[in-house]
Each structure stands twice: as C-alpha cells, then as structure tokens.
Design a protein around this ligand. Structure first.
Ligand code: BES
Ligand code: MN
Ligand code: MN
Length: 465
C-alpha cells in the first residue's frame, strides 16, 4: 500500500467527520436568510486550510460573499497549482422530497455506493469535492511530499453565477498567478471508468413576465374574451422548439461549432448504457434534438429549458381565476462559440416578437457564462490522466460535460493558464436535487489521486522548462 493510501486509511474517520461538520452549515448563497451561515462557512474553510498547514490564508472581501484565498509558496522556481472550488451550496428545497435532513448529514449504503455515501446538500457539489483538496494538501504537508507551490481560491457565490469573481480575478492577476488551475467540481463516468472533463457548457439565463389584463379576473365572466397570460406564455414557450426539438430562435445556432464525425465517433466510445440511463430515471423513452445521441444532447449541443413556471392560483382546491401575470425562468445551455450576451439578446428579440398584442412581455436577464473546451495535449491533462491511471487502474477518458462553471472561461482569458477539471462525482449523486450525496469511496479516491497530480504535474513541468 502506498504511504498516501495508508495515511488515508488511518485518518479516514476524521476526514469524513470533518466534511460532515462543514456540510452542517447551510451555506445557501441564493437566499439572504442564510447570510451568516455562508460567512461562517468561509471562516471554517479558512481554519481548515490553516490547520492543514497552509502558510498564508485570508478571507478576501468582495462586493458579495468573500473568497477564501490561501497560499503556500516555498520555492519560486517550482510551479504553482491554483485550486478553485466553492463553499456555497444550492437551496435545499423541495425539502419534503429529502429522505434525510439536508444539513444533518447521514451516511447510507446504496446499490451504487456499497461503501456508503454521505447524504447532504453540497456533499458532492462542491463541499465534498473542494474538501478533498484540503485533505490532499494536509497529506502532502504531513508527509513532506508537497512537490510545488499551491494557491487556493474558494468562493462563496458559484451557485449564483459568481458575480464577484470576475472583479476579483481581474483585480488580482498577480496574486492568482499560476501554472495550472485544478478544479474538482464536475463528475466522472463511473468508479470503474474515470474521466476528465474537457468541456463545459455556457449559460444564458432569463426570466420572463407576461402581463395580460391589469388585474386578476373571474374566469367565468372574462374567460374566452381576454388573453390568459398563462395560456399565452405556455404557447410561446412551446413554440421555442420545433418538431425535431431544434430551438426556433433565429440565429441561435449560427455560432455553434459542429463536432466532426471523428469527434463524435470518439465520444461514442465512452461506456454508456441507454437502458441503465432510462431505468435510473424511470423513463420509458429519452427525448431531444433529432440527429444526436443522448450523450451528444447533454454535452455538445445547446439547449433551452424552462426551470420554473408560475402564475395564477396554486393553493389548495380550485379557484376560478384568470391571473393578470404569468412568469417563467428559462435557461439556455451554450456550446462553443455561442456568446451568452448575444444569445440573451436573440432570445429577448424573438420572445418579444412572438408575443400576441393581447399581452405585454418583459424579459430580464440573470447570470450567464461562456462555454469552455480544452485540448488534451497539455501537461496538466497528461498529469491528471497518469494520476487517475494509478489510483483507478485504468486511464481516464476525456468527456465534455453538460454543466457550467462560468468562471473557467474567464480564468483562461485572464490568467492565461489551463484548467484541469478532475471531478470525482457520479451522475447519480443528485447534485442540486433532494438527497444529494457523495460516495465515501469517491471522496477518499479523490484525496488519493490529487497528490499524484501534483507530483506528475511538477515532474512534467520541470522537464519541459
Ligand atoms: N458543479 C456544478 C457544475 C457541474 C456539475 C459541471 C457537474 C459539470 C458536472 C456547478 O456548481 C453548477 O451547478 N453550475 C451551475 C451554473 C451556475 C451559474 C449556477 C449549473 O451548471 O447549473
Ligand atoms: Mn459546483
Ligand atoms: Mn452547483
């Protein structure tokens, strides 16, 4: 057994308990009611970094929630790894669909996690994955094997679109200077087949408001004679896809880079069972854009989805009413080279143009982000792959993900370094959903794999410079 592995073995109970303590703080960035908890989580992350041996740790104030910044520089001639992660989490609702309380972590054994998984909001996204880096750092410090310099940048606003990070990164280019950025905030194919995320989708997120009459009306007295904003909104939304599930917004696909046949062939080699996929979701049939496979639909193709829709009476029983207003929140996932601002404009123009005269519409943009793809011929990718090969016994395969981490494109642009997305979550971890969990095996494997990345990255970096 490797020295790292036996260190993990001896300390795993403590590693798990420390993560559980962190998961107990409800750091929901989207809800101001949790402000104190978000701030408390930042302090807790700072303490853990200090305890792990990080020389200089500070809480950097921003216009929003603070960024925990840590720095352990011991030799200017060695490369520097910048670790990014987030300590904020998604809201826990709907609460009644959780089998366990979201902020009182429970370990449960399941079919996909025979060794057990920690159930809690943020277990996988991203506290569990972020904390792997703190523990990996502790191990390298304790064993005296840290091969290079390290910086940590752990933010508290990722789940609300990182509104302060842009400002922070642009203002602190020197402070954040690094040779590679390392992030564990994505997933991998399975515990038998690790993968490295080579692409993220961008995002354009809008909220729409449709207003009909100036007040709620009796649906018997006015029904049929006045436009019902909920009916109108439903029709407008339905028209945003055609019969092939292509998005109908003019110009929407103009900048999409089509994958080549070769790229698609390569993608199709990744292990995937459509039957298991359907079974896991309890659906009889998958759905999506004509001409593309499920894995293409959820990674290399752009999408448009309603995330929430409301209006009218939703309380108990029946109320006969035509609401004055109807609303929806709509997200569009983007792929290279779509530009989030441009797409938001195209959406707005189109949505306004399809509104009948009987209603008024208002489109308000929320956060957005650029899509990202990275090549695999750089030493960061190679070092990660070598690390995975050692801990999982098989090389990792590159995989483009459907999720978004909007700041990754910004990092590349501002800090001029490559980002390596070493995710250890599984698709079934239910991130953002009730019963989010993170496999203990995944947590410990992550802690074991990270020091190997540092080692190989430093070796490869030294040999080319
Ligand atoms: N960690 C996720 C993104 C992710 C998860 C990427 C799994 C790939 C695989 C991140 O915390 C997230 O949820 N991002 C948001 C976007 C953000 C602007 C709210 C998303 O993808 O919806
Ligand atoms: Mn995340
Ligand atoms: Mn998330």
């Amino acid at each position: 057994m490797s020295a790292v592995k036996s260190y993990i073995d001896q300390n795993k109970e403590r590693f798990i308990n420390e993560l559980i303590s962190l998961l107990k703080i409800p750091s929901i960035s989207a809800d101001r009611a949790f402000k104190d908890d978000v701030l408390k989580t930042a302090r807790s992350v700072k303490n853990s970094l200090e305890k792990a041996g990080c020389r200089h740790v500070e809480i950097c104030e921003t216009p929003g929630y603070p960024i925990v910044f840590g720095e352990h520089i011991f030799d200017e001639n060695l490369p520097t790894v910048l670790v990014y992660g987030h300590y904020d989490v998604q809201p826990a609702d709907p609460l009644d669909l959780w089998d366990v309380p979201p902020f009182d972590p429970v370990i449960k054994k399941t079919e996909s996690h025979p060794e057990g998984a920690i159930y809690a909001r943020g277990a996988s996204d991203d506290k569990g994955q972020m904390y792997m880096h703190v523990k990996a750092f502790e191990i390298m410090m304790e064993m005296g094997t840290l091969p290079c310099n390290v910086k940590f940048m752990i933010e508290g606003e990722e789940e609300v679109g990182s509104p302060s990070l842009d400002w922070f990164v642009k203002k602190n280019q020197e402070k954040l200077r690094n040779d590679v950025i390392l992030i564990s905030d994505t997933g991998m194919i399975s515990n038998q087949q690790p993968s490295i995320t080579t692409g993220l989708r961008g995002l354009s997120y809008v909220e729409v408001e449709v207003t009909g009459p100036n007040r709620d009306l009796h649906s018997g007295l006015y029904g049929g004679a006045v436009a019902n904003p909920i009916n109108v909104l439903s029709k407008m939304i339905a028209s945003l896809h055609d019969e092939n599930n292509h998005i109908t917004i003019p110009g929407f696909y103009d900048k999409v880079i089509e994958a080549t046949d070769e790229e698609r062939k390569e993608m199709a080699k990744a292990p995937f069972s459509l039957e298991a996929y359907k079974q896991a979701l309890d659906i009889k049939e998958v759905y999506g854009e004509k001409g593309y496979t499920t894995n293409e639909r959820n990674s290399i193709r752009p999408t448009l989805d309603v995330n929430g829709i409301w209006g009218g009476y939703t309380g108990e029983g029946a109320k006969t009413v035509i609401a004055s207003k109807a609303y929806a929140k709509i997200s569009m996932r983007l792929v290279p080279d779509q530009d989030p601002e441009e797409i938001t404009k195209l959406f707005t123009t189109h949505f306004e143009s399809i509104a009948p005269k009987s209603v008024k519409v208002k489109v308000s943009p929320h956060h957005g982000g650029h899509p990202y793809v990275t090549p695999i011929d750089n030493i960061g990718y190679k070092a990660a792959n070598k690390a995975y090969s050692e801990t999982f016994g098989v090389p990792a395969i590159p995989q483009r993900s459907g999720g978004s981490i909007p700041i990754v494109a910004l990092f590349e642009q501002e800090l001029k370094s490559k980002t390596i997305l070493m995710g250890f979550g599984l698709d079934g971890d239910a991130i953002h959903s009730p019963n989010e969990h993170f496999g203990i095996l995944n947590y410990l494997k992550g802690i074991e794999t990270i020091p190997l990345f540092y080692k190989y990255f430093t070796e490869m970096h030294q040999s080319i410079s």
